[in-house]
Design a protein around this ligand. Structure first.
Ligand code: ACO
Length: 376
């Protein structure tokens, strides 16, 4: 039977994350997202998602060292970024750069667990560098070298902005990265697994995932949330905006979810982060607009905010440009994608569903006189 959008179809087994959409719970490798956001940093979370357990102190230091050693983009990659046309958006640039990055990795086509682990760390290290370098080039600034001895969240803020980030901002960015890192068989992860199931390589799978993430119904929503908040402009206009949008059958970006029937647990955590950052940075107006939109959207349509809703105001308060929001999601989610590619390669069967045919049947062909000869 055809299930539109594959809703509720179980297409694979996974031990990476579990979502209880009825209760609003999310677990990475059996750990609740609330505990991870509170206690684990992004590097530890990546290790957990890739290897199934938290690292010991020694393993943690080794992996951080390995990721740090990968930092520094090859000059050929920089040349690609400098050559991109002005029309290339940040996600298009990232997708192009990741595809090109494979050409500089001699192990790109090696799907062994060891080579895949190496590539996962390589990708985790290079994603923030590419996003930041491309942003700086596009805005007429020189790309920066990563800082020594600091975590990925702090380094990412430094590479983007060129000033040492405040501890509160590093913590907020780190939590955002933890919260976005993995989410079951969402559309982009499914793309990655389909590509991996053909025994294609990790770079190709991640490139496919990037192309899937950028759409407005998936990772592109956070950017549209911020654009909506700017358009609304004042909490007192929020009610009319939502009612008018719904009356015109428009979607309120950052609301609704295929799996969660209650509030997305990541949105609950991000709401707190957003509030604190908006208060601290003089952006409380955007938080207040968000709250009003939440109230009206629930009253009118019974929809709850998803992960994209409050991440928009949190990222805005961190001083990150709206057009970069989806790439920030990607910087985090690459960890989940690579964990799924490894899981798929470890026990592979080609993912190849069927479609229900609804087109014409048994049509009579009428040849166009002479068209064959035209090619001889
Ligand atoms: N605004 C208004 N109405 C909505 C919204 C929304 N954000 N989301 C769902 N609905 C309505 C639909 O119009 C439809 O109503 P109807 O039955 O009266 O026609 C009903 O809810 C079901 O909608 P579907 O599209 O069938 O639900 P689906 O499970 O396919 O959609 C999705 C999930 C795509 C996330 C949807 O809620 C949406 O478009 N949200 C806005 C975009 C967004 O925030 N995306 C980010 C999702 S999280 C992530 O990818 C990281």
């Amino acid at each position: 039977m055809n299930k539109a959008g594959l809703e509720d179809v179980v297409a694979s087994q996974t031990a990476i994350s579990y979502i209880d959409g009825q209760k609003g719970d999310l677990f990475y490798r059996g750990y609740h997202i609330n505990d991870l956001a509170e206690h684990a940093n992004f590097e530890q979370t990546a290790y957990l998602l890739w290897f199934g357990d938290f690292p010991t102190e020694e393993q943690y230091r080794r992996v951080c060292g390995l990721v740090h050693d990968q930092l520094g983009l090859p000059k050929e990659m920089m040349a690609i970024l400098f050559d991109l046309p002005d029309t290339a958006g940040p996600m298009q640039a990232l997708r192009t750069a990741i595809s090109a990055l494979a050409l500089h990795d001699p192990e790109a086509n090696d799907n062994s667990p060891e080579a895949n682990q190496q590539k996962a760390m390589h990708l985790m290290a290079h994603f923030p560098e590419i996003v930041a370098a491309n942003y700086r080039i596009a805005t007429g600034q020189w790309p920066l070298q990563p800082m020594e001895r600091c975590g990925l969240a702090a380094n990412f803020l430094w590479l983007l902005k060129g000033c040492e980030p405040e501890p509160l901002h590093v913590e907020a960015m780190d939590k955002c990265l933890v919260l976005h890192a993995e989410h079951g068989l969402n559309a982009s992860t499914f793309s990655a697994r389909v590509a991996a199931s053909t025994l294609s390589d990790m770079y190709s799978a991640v490139t496919a995932a990037l192309g899937t993430l950028l759409g407005p119904l998936h990772g592109g929503a956070n950017q549209h949330v911020m654009e909506m908040l700017v358009e609304v402009g004042d909490p007192k206009h929020a009610e009319a905006y939502v009612k008018n949008a719904l009356a015109n059958k428009q979607r309120i970006m950052g609301f609704g979810h295929r799996v969660y029937k209650v509030e997305d647990p990541r949105a609950i955590i991000l709401r707190e982060i957003s509030k604190e950052l908006c208060e601290q940075t003089g952006n409380i107006k955007y938080y207040e607009i968000s709250e009003k939109i939440r109230e009206v959207t629930y009253a009118e349509k019974g929809l709850y905010p998803n992960v994209d809703f409050y991440s928009a105001t949190a990222l805005h308060a961190l001083g990150i440009k709206t057009e970069l929001f989806t790439t920030i999601f990607a910087v985090s989610r690459v960890v989940g994608w690579t964990a799924h590619v490894m899981e798929q390669h470890a026990d592979n069967r080609l993912i190849r569903p069927r479609s229900e045919y609804i087109g014409h049947k048994n049509r009579t062909f009428t040849p166009i006189p002479g068209c064959r000869q035209a090619y001889h």
